[in-house]
Ligand binder design. Structure first.
Ligand code: SF4
Ligand code: SF4
Length: 471
C-alpha cells in the first residue's frame, strides 16, 4: 500500500475550533486534536500508516480513517475531481427578461451603454413586446422539468420603462404556472427613478422582489449614477425608495451597490442605505470594467474594500451569534454557498439553470450578454441551440482553467463571472485572475465566520437550509 500524504484543503479556525475546507468537494470538516496531529505529521511529506499512527493512541486509526474518508489525506490513489461535464439539457430555474435595452439614466460605468459594452442592440427591438415575454414564460415552464418553483426576473436597461409588459407578463405567468402545477416567483431590478405610487402599490400587492441599484449617499451615488445631462439621480430616487420601503413589506428589499475607484467607502454606504434609507439587505460588487478605465478599482482599492468588508462581516458575526439578521448580503450569499457544500464546475448558472432573453427574443447566457450577437444562444421562438450552449459551457468549465487547478477557492469561485472575463480578457473561459487575492481573502473571512457560528450558535445555520428549500 502507498504511503499517506496531505489532500487538498484550506485550514482555518473559528470559535476556537479547527476546520478544513476540503477541495475539491467544497465540504467543511471539523478537526479533532488527534486528526490535527496526524495532519501535522504529514506536513513534512509522505508517511506510512505505521509512522503516522505511532504513539498517537488507540483512537488514531479511526481518526486517520475519517480524514481519508473526507479526502483530507490520500493514500496515493488520488482524488477524482467532482466537476465532470454537466449533463445537458439542464432544467431551467430562472429566466431573466430584459424587457427593454433603454435607460433614462447614463451611469458612466454601465456595462450596457458604457465603453466596455458587449451588446450590439443597433437595429433590434428596444422594448420587449408582450408576445415575446409570453413566449419566454412558456419556454421557462416547458424547460424546467422536475422543478416546482421557477423564477422570472425582470431587468433592463431600466426595467420600469416597460412596466406594462412586466405587469401583463406576471399575470400571464401566474396563470400558466398554476395550470402547469408550478409556482413562479417574480423579482425585478430598477434604478428607482420610475417608482410611482401606482408601481409601488402593484409591486407590494404582487409580492414582487425588488433590488434597487444605488451607490450610497448623495455625494457618492451622484459621482457616476447620473441623468444624461449630468445631474445626479439621488434626489429623485431617495424619496421614491423611502415610499417603496414603507409600503412594500411582503419581501425584503435589497440595494445593489457598484464599487468604483471613486466609490469604495463600504461602511459609509452600508450605514446610509441600511440605517438612513431602511434597506433590508445591501450587496456590493466591484464594477466590471477594463483595467484602463478611470473608475476601475485597482489592487489598492480592492484592499480597502476587503478591509471594510471584513469589518462589516465581523458585525454580521456578532448579529448571527445573537440570532439576529444583518443586512450585509455578501456574507449571507457566501455563507449559503459554504453551507450547501457546493463545488462548482461553472462559476454561475448562466446558460445552465439560467438564461437571459432580450427585447428581440434572442436568448443569451445571462442578462449581461443580452443583445450581443457574439454570445447569442438562440431565439425564444426556436429555443437554445444545443451546440452553442455546449460550446459556451465547455469553454467556461473549471477543467479548462489551468490556473485554478491549484487554487483552494475554486469550489466557490470556479474562475469567476463569464461577463467579467470577457470584458477583461476577451474570453468567457478565462479565469478572472485579477481578483484571486480578493476572492481568497473574502472566502477565508467567510469560512472563519462560518466556523465560529457553527461552534457557538449552530441553529443560525438552519436559516440557510430553509433558504435552500425555498429556492
Ligand atoms: S480565478 Fe483565481 S480565485 Fe478563482 S478559482 Fe481561479 S485561481 Fe482561484
Ligand atoms: S456570467 Fe456573470 S453576470 Fe452573468 S449570471 Fe454569471 S456571474 Fe452573473
Amino acid at each position: 500500500m502507498n504511503g499517506y500524504r496531505l489532500g487538498e484543503f484550506h485550514a482555518f479556525e473559528g470559535g476556537s475550533r479547527k476546520y478544513l475546507y476540503l477541495v475539491p468537494s467544497g465540504a467543511i470538516f471539523e478537526l479533532t486534536d488527534l486528526a490535527a496531529d496526524i495532519l501535522d505529521r504529514l506536513r513534512s511529506g509522505e508517511r506510512s500508516q505505521e509512522e503516522l499512527l505511532a504513539g498517537l493512541g488507540p483512537d488514531a486509526a479511526e481518526a486517520l480513517d475519517d480524514l481519508h474518508q473526507a479526502r483530507a489525506v490520500s493514500n496515493g490513489n488520488g482524488f477524482p475531481e467532482p466537476a465532470e461535464k454537466t449533463p445537458l439539457p439542464f432544467p431551467l430555474s430562472t429566466v431573466v427578461l430584459n424587457v427593454t435595452n433603454q435607460c433614462n439614466l447614463s451611469c458612466k460605468y454601465c456595462y450596457e451603454f458604457g465603453e466596455d459594452r458587449v451588446a450590439n442592440p443597433e437595429g433590434k427591438a428596444k422594448f420587449m413586446p408582450e408576445e415575446t415575454a409570453r413566449e419566454a414564460v412558456d419556454y421557462l415552464l416547458a424547460h424546467s422539468p422536475g422543478r416546482r418553483a421557477v423564477h422570472l426576473t425582470f431587468f433592463g436597461g431600466e426595467t420600469l420603462m416597460n412596466f406594462p409588459v412586466v405587469r401583463s407578463t406576471i399575470a400571464y405567468a401566474r396563470e400558466k404556472a398554476h395550470a402547469a402545477g408550478k409556482y413562479v416567483d417574480f423579482s425585478l431590478t430598477t434604478n428607482a427613478t420610475l417608482l410611482t405610487p401606482e408601481v409601488i402599490e402593484y409591486l407590494a400587492e404582487n409580492q414582487v422582489g425588488v433590488t434597487i441599484s444605488i451607490d450610497g449617499p448623495r455625494e457618492l451615488n451622484d459621482q457616476l449614477r447620473v441623468f444624461r445631462n449630468g445631474r445626479g439621480s439621488y434626489d429623485v430616487i431617495a424619496p421614491r425608495i423611502k415610499e417603496l420601503l414603507a409600503r412594500h413589506r411582503s419581501r425584503p428589499i435589497g440595494a445593489r451597490v457598484t464599487l468604483t475607484s471613486q466609490v469604495v467607502d463600504v461602511l459609509k454606504i452600508y450605514r446610509h442605505l441600511q440605517q438612513d434609507l431602511g434597506f433590508h439587505e445591501v450587496g456590493f460588487a466591484p464594477v466590471t470594467t477594463s483595467p484602463v478605465r478611470l473608475y476601475s478599482i485597482g489592487g489598492g482599492g480592492l484592499d480597502i474594500v476587503l478591509r471594510q468588508f471584513q469589518v462589516l462581516a465581523q458585525e454580521y458575526l456578532e448579529y448571527a451569534l445573537r440570532g439576529e439578521h444583518h443586512g450585509f448580503s455578501n456574507v449571507t450569499d457566501t455563507l449559503a454557498e459554504l453551507h450547501a457544500g457546493i463545488s462548482k464546475a461553472h462559476p454561475c448558472g448562466a446558460s445552465l439553470g439560467l438564461v437571459g432573453v432580450g427585447p428581440s427574443g434572442d436568448i443569451a447566457p445571462c442578462h449581461r450578454f443580452v443583445d450581443s450577437d457574439a454570445h447569442k444562444l438562440g431565439h425564444i421562438s426556436t429555443g437554445v441551440d444545443p451546440g452553442k450552449q455546449a460550446e459556451f459551457l465547455e469553454r467556461g468549465h473549471i477543467s479548462r482553467k489551468l490556473e485554478c487547478h491549484t487554487c483552494w477557492a475554486r469550489p466557490v469561485c470556479s474562475g469567476g463571472c463569464y461577463h467579467e472575463s470577457y470584458v477583461r480578457y476577451g474570453d468567457t473561459g478565462h479565469a478572472n485572475l485579477h481578483y484571486c487575492e480578493w476572492i481568497r481573502g473574502w472566502t477565508d473571512t467567510c469560512l472563519r465566520i462560518y466556523g465560529e457560528i457553527a461552534a457557538r450558535n449552530p441553529k443560525f445555520l438552519d436559516h440557510f437550509d430553509e433558504r435552500r428549500a425555498a429556492a
